[in-house]
Design a binder for this molecule. Structure first.
Ligand code: ATP
Ligand code: MG
Length: 150
């Protein structure tokens, strides 16, 4: 068990639908500690850096547009950092599988995510996939002095 931090983003679909409280409640129930939070307007350059690993994939362009909120005219994102034992793995379990149709029904994506008729995945939240990813993503979204030191 290691003490870790992980990046959680409530994506534009979650913001538009007012699911912020619901999402945060799930992390609180898992005893993860909130150490940073801010509402961010996602610019194209940040969207591209955040999803750089998916560049060239068939869903890339739509993903970059979606995370900027272009689809619903909602460009706020709530960026959160949670800290705790195995925070990355625990958070991924809370969030559920990428494809909402495959996500367990008690996970955030299982409850609230959807796949649109044109094949787009709207899955409400982002959670870092690995501790290394978490470190990189946290430095993209937050300055050091915006993060609470436990
Ligand atoms: P995220 O990084 O957003 O937390 P994830 O780590 O579960 O999601 P990734 O493989 O990193 O999944 O994919 C990033 C995002 O790209 C997904 O959240 C989803 O919106 C989109 N995506 C991934 N795979 C597909 C796919 N096969 N078809 C359509 N969209 C996809
Ligand atoms: Mg990912």
């Amino acid at each position: 068990m290691t003490n870790e931090q992980t990046l959680i983003l409530i994506k534009p679909d979650g913001m538009k639908r007012g699911l912020m409280g619901e999402v945060m409640m799930a992390f609180e129930s898992a005893k993860l500690k909130l150490v940073a939070a801010k509402v961010v307007k996602v610019e194209e350059s940040l969207a591209k850096r955040h999803y750089a690993m998916h560049e060239g994939k068939p869903f890339y362009e739509r993903l970059i547009n979606f995370i900027q909120g272009k689809k619903y005219g909602e460009n706020r994102i709530l960026a959160l950092i949670y800290e705790g034992e195995d925070a990355v793995k625990v958070s991924r379990a809370i969030v559920g599988a990428t494809d909402p149709e495959k996500a367990e029904p008690w996970t955030i994506r299982g409850k609230y995510g959807r796949r649109t008729t044109d094949g787009e995945i709207e899955n409400v939240v982002h959670a870092s996939g690995t501790p290394m990813e978490a470190k990189n993503e946290i430095s993209l979204w937050f300055k050091n002095d915006e993060i609470w030191k436990i």
